[in-house]
Design a protein around this ligand. Structure first.
Ligand SMILES: [Zn+2]
Length: 206
């Protein structure tokens, strides 16, 4: 249990510091952001965005990938539907990949399906990321950018999200977080290029 040393003081301090944001029942907060990202230990969206408890829902899966609905591991889609159906306060949906992603490295390299059947299945569900990238161009950056583009497609196959986007109830963003620089790059879907996310004049969710 040494790895959990200090948890009690930490969890109580957390409760004490954020008691206004940790309301339950009718006092439950109204998050404005839904973030889908990688489960990597270095990619903690609340810390990256400077967001406090109650402001954001997060779905974190290997690679931050959202497969198409034909393939979907429905836990991701279920989390998205649950959020959008129960929390009308959501205004921004972000799918975010990151550099040096172990999942994407593994997706590129492949795994032994007999030894790692579930991991192989997850890779198979996201195989489109490698489509159109020949071995020469299938370097880390190309795979990372393609993963975000594919995940945006997967997201928009979720009917509830698509309708809310079309009707202007929320906006959908594709991002890359660069561990080496701390920069967030946002996909400009009209050009297909990732550009540094400009600092909003007001808080991101406003
Ligand atoms: Zn990752």
């Amino acid at each position: 249990m040494d790895n959990f040393a200090g948890y009690e003081a930490s969890s109580r301090a957390y409760r004490s510091k954020y008691q206004n944001q940790l309301g339950t029942g009718s006092q439950r907060p109204s998050p404005t952001i839904l973030f889908i990202g990688c489960f990597d230990s270095r990619v903690i969206p609340e810390l990256i965005l400077g967001i406090t408890p109650g402001e954001m829902m997060a779905v974190r899966v290997p690679g931050g990938l959202v497969p198409g609905q034909g393939e979907t591991d429905f836990a991701i889609a279920a989390g998205i539907e649950l959020t959008l159906s129960r929390m009308p306060s959501i205004r921004e949906v972000v799918v975010c990949g990151h550099t040096d992603c172990v999942m994407l490295n593994t997706l590129a390299a492949g795994v032994d399906a007999e030894q790692f059947p579930n991991l192989a299945r997850w890779i198979g569900m996201n195989d489109l990321i490698k489509a159109d990238l020949d071995s020469h161009t299938a370097h880390d950056r190309a795979i990372l950018e393609k993963s975000v583009v594919q995940s945006l497609k997967g997201l928009r196959e979720i009917e509830l999200l698509r309708q809310k986007e079309i009707t202007g109830q929320l906006r959908v963003h594709g991002w890359i977080f660069e561990l080496e620089t701390g920069q967030i790059l946002a996909l400009d879907e009209s050009s297909g290029h990732f550009e540094v996310l400009p600092e909003p004049a007001t808080k991101f969710s406003a």
